[in-house]
Ligand binder design. Structure first.
Ligand SMILES: [Zn+2]
Ligand SMILES: [Zn+2]
Ligand SMILES: [Zn+2]
Ligand SMILES: [Zn+2]
Length: 357
């Protein structure tokens, strides 16, 4: 920046994370109190700017939108991975990486057939000897109930483990009559549900499987037996299944701030799969197994982010709750932008933290 009107005072008031500039130091301090910048934010590999979401980072490096940062765009275009957004030393290193980074859809047709062969309805709660999968993904297919068929009812459910193996896959008989099978997207016919497992029974099995012997009230984010549950829009799935599960154990790709469109709007799973995994989901009849695979892969990708390790990573951790509040305003205004960033903590739980114990 060589804008002649820019005083050194203004440069001093530049946020060390998002690079916004403020006329007065007190405004930067105010910004830091509400921005929750942290090492867990998506960051440009070229200029190190922090972004609130991968979507804004994609705009910044010119993958979408109209306002890229030109220097970053030109480096990204030759050496950046369009899926994980990392920057490599050479175009060749990028090419080698990107082939691995782009996950295949395992030939959708084959995948769907495998899923159909894989019907399993005997969910087993781990005994003391086998710990079993600690992270599972769940997806449902909904049919319609009610007079106009608009009331969602779960008619098929799938659960997979971290290695994309099917753990549970079953048709479900809803508690009220189905008035619209939505065949074009569900592929479900009346005869499939006639002798299917009752929803009450499915609810119980899934509930027990997730808690894994842990009483609900005892479930803690770490160190217990309860499983981490991955999915897209899980509130709705769990609501329809009447399964209750504590929010601390849920990893929802529709609600994870780095994967959202804006702080209020989610991206579709189809879009996320295309943008961050590099393949297209099936159109037409969709198999919940394919949705489980996509959400599990997104989760794994987010979990494998390598971020700086902090003992107390969240703004809500008791040790950080007062990082800004107890300091006097004039004390904060004397700190450098880097020092302010150093005491700032995230307001969301970054999934990279699941990979540490
Ligand atoms: Zn900022
Ligand atoms: Zn992180
Ligand atoms: Zn940049
Ligand atoms: Zn990549």
């Amino acid at each position: 920046m060589d804008n002649r009107n820019e005083s050194s005072e203004t440069l001093r008031n530049k946020c060390a994370a998002c690079f916004r500039q403020f006329n007065r130091m007190e405004h930067l301090v105010e910004h830091m109190k509400i921005s929750f910048h942290s090492v867990h934010e998506p960051m440009c590999g070229v200029c190190k700017k922090h972004c609130r979401s991968f979507e804004s980072l994609r705009e910044h490096v010119g993958l979408m939108g109209q306002l890229p940062k030109l220097e970053c765009k030109s480096i990204f275009t030759s050496r950046g991975c369009r899926f994980c957004l990392a920057i490599f030393d050479s175009p060749n290193a990028r090419r080698v990486h990107q082939e691995r980074c782009q996950l295949s859809a395992v030939h959708s047709g084959l995948l769907a057939r495998m899923a159909n062969l894989g019907f399993r309805d005997n969910l087993i709660i781990d005994n003391v000897y086998a710990r079993g999968p600690q992270v599972v993904a769940l997806a449902c297919k909904m049919v319609g109930g009610g007079s106009d068929g608009s009331h969602d009812l779960c008619a098929r459910v799938c659960i997979i483990d971290e290695n994309e193996n099917i753990i549970f896959h079953s048709y479900v008989k809803p508690p009220i009559p189905v008035t619209n099978y939505r065949y074009e997207t569900t592929g479900i016919r009346p005869e499939y549900l006639r002798d299917a497992m009752q929803q009450r029974q499915v609810q119980k099995k899934i509930q027990d499987f997730l808690c894994n012997g842990e009483p609900m009230w005892k479930i803690r984010p770490k160190g217990g037996k309860a499983r981490i549950l991955v999915g897209h829009g899980l509130d709705h799935d769990l609501d329809r299944l009447e399964v209750e599960y504590p929010a601390v154990m849920i990893r929802d790709t529709a609600k994870y701030p780095p994967l959202m469109k804006t702080s209020k709007l989610s991206n579709s799973l189809k879009y996320l799969t295309q943008a961050y995994l590099g393949y297209d989901m099936q159109t037409g009849i969709q198999d919940p197994y394919e949705e489980c695979v996509a959400t599990m892969r997104l989760y794994m990708r987010m979990r494998s982010q390598s971020h700086m390790i902090e003992d107390y990573p969240l703004a809500s951790d008791p040790q950080n709750r007062n990082n800004f509040a107890p300091r006097r305003q004039n004390e904060l205004e004397k700190m450098s932008p880097e020092e302010l960033l150093a005491i700032s903590r995230s307001d969301y739980y970054c999934w990279c933290l699941d990979s540490r114990d």
